[in-house]
Design a protein around this ligand. Structure first.
Ligand SMILES: Nc1nc2c(ncn2[C@@H]2O[C@H](COP(=O)(O)OP(=O)(O)OP(=O)(O)O)[C@@H](O)[C@H]2O)c(=O)[nH]1
Ligand SMILES: [Mg+2]
Length: 449
């Protein structure tokens, strides 16, 4: 496909050692050549670097290096030139303005990657993984993103699609040559076991994707408890900084305090809340309201109790309020006593003030959410919410197909469900994806990507 020539700065704004300006499209070489003094770029070979100057008629703008990539061996699979200028926004903008004056257009967010996708250099999962690499904050996130970029998710999806096609082929043969087999026999002996195995495969992928999603997106975690039990102290000791105000006055925290924590490779998106109690104070009431909403939205609740005092009615209320949620019950102030015993319910005893027991808490979080054994270079797990959604659709369609077989519904109806499963998978890699979705996905990228 032939597109116009686009330009953008690929490095971040601000002063730096160098800036890289990327130009991609059919006229890249002729446009840059017009403003470059040095070698004749139009005659230069691919994958070479030239030294020279960017000039605007007689005026020198900057001393630069240009990196040349001819189609299709470039990031976008088009002719690409990357110009390294000196750092600084002003000089970069002057060069970009000059390129636009000579026929290039300012790129949209993610447009280079979008072209790589449209030109078949990357599938959608590979393009999406580039954003994940840019956003990675932990080693585990980076491993997942790199595996996806290498094509692991693509291969996994391809493999499932091929298995579905195999069943569809079976059905087609039967429809074309009905004398080969009777339909009932075909479904029960050939098709149903195959669909069943596929559902199991998809289920397995979904199960492991829980870990993937948590590695990629972190765990929304809310710290709750009655006033003064040490919620803010816990936040601070986990973060190893005095982020929240801690006092011995009940009701110190009035509104939600948010922070992010890297817990041995797992990102906890922590929210410290206002202690829950009966109150007539309007400000505090609003705070408590927000706490309840935060509990509802969280994936993990850290319920803090005070081990230096016996359980109160308020603690019981909170235990009840959070019992349906994945939660960890924390017995804080263990340095002052050990007065609470919840029987069969597990309590992690800690002292937020004295930094005791925090490793046990980390271990508990991991045990609840992460299967460490599947995070490796050689293992494929799905982590992207969009992909997980499509796999769930696939599973539903396969289950419909299976139920149709069971109910002896005509075989061509079963085939419709199977085709639906196949096309849901295709949406993951971008085989049959709407223009709207593509635009939305790439608009989340940064400029120059
Ligand atoms: N001895 C001891 N004191 C603690 C511990 N954790 C917190 N405290 C103290 O308990 C008091 C309350 O701590 P905060 O962290 O403000 O409690 P909170 O739950 O955030 O309270 P509110 O924001 O009012 O709901 C402070 O005086 C802390 O120093 C602990 O493990 N041991
Ligand atoms: Mg507090």
């Amino acid at each position: 496909m032939i597109f116009d020539t686009i330009v953008a700065k690929t490095t971040a704004d601000g002063t730096s050692a160098i800036n890289v300006i990327r130009v991609s499209g059919e006229d890249s070489f002729s446009i840059v050549n017009k403003i470059f003094k040095g070698a004749n770029l139009e005659k230069a070979s691919s994958h070479t670097i030239k030294y020279g100057y960017i000039h605007d008629q007689d005026k020198t703008i900057d001393e630069v290096m240009v990196f040349l990539y001819r189609a299709p061996k470039s990031f976008t699979a088009e002719d690409v030139i990357e110009i390294s200028t000196h750092g600084g926004n002003f000089v970069a903008n002057e060069v970009i303005k000059l390129l636009i004056k000579n026929g290039a257009r300012l790129a949209e967010n993610g447009e280079f990657t979008k072209r790589a996708y449209i030109n078949g250099r990357l599938d959608l999962t590979e393009a999406e993984s580039i954003m994940d690499i840019v956003n990675a904050k932990t080693n585990k996130q980076l491993t997942l993103a790199n595996n996806q970029l290498r094509g692991d998710v693509h291969n996994l999806v391809d493999n499932l699609q091929n298995k579905i096609l195999d069943i569809i082929a079976n059905i087609e043969v039967n429809i074309d040559y009905p004398e080969y087999d009777d339909v009932e026999h075909l479904t029960t002996t050939t098709i149903m076991p195959k669909i069943k195995t596929l559902i199991e495969n998809v289920d397995h992928v979904l199960k492991e994707s829980n870990t993937g999603q948590i590695i990629r997106d972190g765990i929304k975690t809310v710290i709750v408890g009655k006033p003064n039990v040490g919620k803010s102290s816990l936040l601070n000791s986990l973060l190893k900084e005095d982020k929240a105000i801690v006092t011995d006055i009940s009701g110190t925290t009035r509104d939600l305090i948010e922070a992010e924590l890297n817990l041995d490779g797992i990102i906890l998106k922590l929210i410290d809340t206002a202690g829950i109690r009966e109150t007539n104070d309007v400000v505090e009431k609003i705070g408590i309201d927000r706490t309840i909403k935060a509990i509802n939205k969280a994936s993990l609740v850290l319920l803090v109790l005070d081990q230096s005092n016996h359980l109160t009615e308020l603690d019981e209320t909170l235990l009840n309020l959070t019992k349906e949620k994945p939660r960890i019950i924390i017995g804080n102030k263990i340095d002052l006593g050990n007065k609470i015993d919840l029987g069969h319910e597990n309590i992690i005893n800690i002292s937020a003030k004295k930094n005791l027991g925090l490793e046990r808490l980390s271990k508990e979080v991991k045990d609840l959410f992460v299967d460490e054994s599947i995070i490796s270079d050689s293992y494929t797990i799905i982590s992207n919410t969009r992909h997980i959604g499509k796999i769930k659709e696939t599973k539903k369609a396969l289950e419909d197909a299976y139920a149709a077989c069971e109910n002896l519904i005509p075989i061509d109806m079963v085939e419709i469900d199977l085709r639906k499963a196949w096309s849901s998978l295709g949406e993951i890699t971008g085989q049959n994806t709407s223009e709207d979705l593509i635009s939305t996905l790439f608009s989340k990228f940064c400029l120059g990507k």
